[in-house]
Ligand binder design. Structure first.
Ligand code: TAP
Length: 480
């Protein structure tokens, strides 16, 4: 093996990561993208470890056998924990898992930074200003990512409430913390005294931890998906900073890929939820405390029109077209296979069936696409919100399965609603809406849904899977 071997292997791994991202952008190619990313990561880990033994490859020193054992043990334990967690996690808990994994990346960047500073401080000749700046930035971004991700994890898990923590003078507090960070970075970079530099770095870490905690605590539960995506981006930049500290090109490239793709995803999600990305980054800038008593009094929104399985089956089979709108409740009920069977039955009867997917349906980006792909739904009939909204007025029946916020008309016509301005699926424009849910309970945003009271909406109460199974039992008894 020559000194050029790691560089070539890193280039291959980088290429695999880029192909992986491209694959992950479409449901049809997502599996392949996942495999390519995994192969790239395996290659990166193996080559980084082997590079330690190649003279001239840039590795600081050949590790002693005990260090090598320690490294192998840490990688082994890490792989085992990751595999067990990923295998056990329910789809609905995926955002929590992603949030906690981001916190690990942030923590790693902080630890690499502190160790890197310690090594530079004791070595003959300090690390240089550029290196010290890399360390400071890596530690700062890493610490914000670490504490912010922990708060996001606890909020998504429900351990912390979803309400934003809006402290008086919170923007001033953020400003003071940011200014103190800049001063500490400046001292850390310019001082020649290792002890002073280390004190500044530890102070910077503490301030950045408070900042991350405060920024995410100030963001409401409704914006948590965007926060997780932004933290994903931060974790990428933290990894890139660690790459600079360690002079590892692959870590720089991988970190930049994660950072940039996370930033793009955050922007797309902000547009989908009509949120200001600047507001989310700066800890709920412009957010107001939610008005008390948001829930309407019973009956204030109108009358609920309840339907039966038999009537719903009749409506579905007598129409020419049907659109299925899946939401979080379909995931909870694990109804996706039954729903796919139902659409197969309708398609076999010559009815045009499509699925309408809202960008933030469920609890994680692409949640519904993953479930539908798992159930074997053809990609051709799965449409994004923008594609299908114009077709809804021509649709005979829209069947809303366990969705709520993403079809809430308040987003369009109630300026006082917390979700006002969020683009939604305008299902009420169809001739009929059949809504499958267990009760009139609110969704994630915690607000009433006037759709349940519209004249053309029929409520079919019950667990989504049980209800679809009942529809499957009744439809074959109906004349074609
Ligand atoms: P939600 O608004 O959360 O509504 C889900 C509905 O499903 C609930 O009203 C619930 O009503 C019903 N449900 C629950 N279990 C059910 C079951 N077993 N059978 C039938 N219905 C059941 O979901 P949505 O419309 O998909 O909207 C997603 C929301 O989550 C948005 O507010 C979004 O901002 C937020 N969010 C999204 C993400 C991403 S990235 N997708 C991440 C975090 C948060 P009942 O209790 O009456 O049955």
């Amino acid at each position: 093996m020559t000194a050029a071997f790691p560089s070539v292997a890193y280039l291959v791994a980088s290429f695999l990561f880029i192909l992986s991202l491209k694959g992950l952008s479409q449901p049809a190619t997502a599996r392949r993208g996942n495999v390519l990313g995994s192969v790239g990561m395996a290659l990166a880990i193996v080559v980084t470890a082997l590079a330690l033994y190649i003279p001239g490859s840039g590795a600081p020193a050949i590790p002693s056998p005990s260090t090598a054992m320690l490294l192998a043990g840490a990688i082994g334990i890490g792989c085992l924990i990751g595999a067990v967690l990923a295998a056990r996690v329910a789809m609905t808990q995926m955002p929590e898992l992603v949030a906690i994994l981001h916190s690990f990346v942030g923590l790693a960047a902080v630890l690499v930074g502190i160790v890197s500073r310690m090594t530079a401080g004791t070595a003959a000749g300090a690390g240089g200003m550029v290196h010290d700046l890399e360390v400071a930035i890596g530690v700062f971004v890493g610490a914000v990512t670490f504490s912010g991700s922990i708060v996001a994890f606890l909020k998504l898990r429900g351990t912390l409430g979803g309400k934003p923590l809006l402290l008086p003078g919170r923007h001033l507090l953020n400003l003071v913390l940011a200014a103190a960070s800049v001063i500490l970075i400046a001292i850390q970079v310019s001082t020649h005294a290792p002890a002073t530099a280390m004190t500044c770095l530890l102070g910077l870490t503490a301030i950045a931890l408070v900042l991350g905690l405060h920024l995410v605590a100030a963001i409401g539960g409704g914006d948590m998906p965007v926060v997780v995506s932004i933290l994903n981006s931060y974790s990428g930049w933290a990894a890139a900073a660690a790459g600079f500290m360690l002079s590892n090109d692959l870590l720089i490239i991988t970190g930049a890929l994660v950072g940039a793709s996370g930033a793009i995803l955050s922007y797309i999600m902000c547009v989908a939820m009509n949120r200001s990305i600047v507001g989310v980054i700066f800890g709920g800038f412009g957010a107001e405390a939610p008005a008390a008593g948001a829930a309407a009094a019973p009956g204030a929104l109108g009358t609920v029109h309840e339907t039966t399985v038999e009537e719903a089956a009749e409506l579905l089979t007598t129409g020419q077209s049907a659109v299925v709108v899946p939401g979080y409740g379909m995931a909870v009920a694990q109804a996706q296979h039954a729903v796919r069977e139902l659409t197969d039955v309708l398609l076999a009867r010559g009815i045009t069936v499509r699925y309408a997917i809202h960008p933030v349906a469920g609890r994680l980006p692409g949640h519904m696409n993953v479930l539908l792909a798992e159930a074997g739904v053809s990609y051709d009939i799965v449409k994004e919100m923008d594609e299908i909204n114009d077709e809804l007025p021509e649709t005979d029946v829209v069947m809303v399965i366990g969705a709520n916020d993403i079809v809430n008309p308040s987003a369009l016509d109630d300026p006082g609603s917390p979700i006002y301005g969020m683009p939604i699926l305008q299902v009420w424009k169809a001739r009929r809406v059949i809504m499958l849910k267990r009760s009139l309970a609110a969704g994630y945003a915690g607000i009433d849904n006037p759709l349940c009271y519209r004249d053309n909406t029929l409520m079919l109460f019950g667990d989504a899977k049980q209800t679809v199974m009942k529809l499957l039992a009744v439809i074959p008894t109906l004349a074609r």
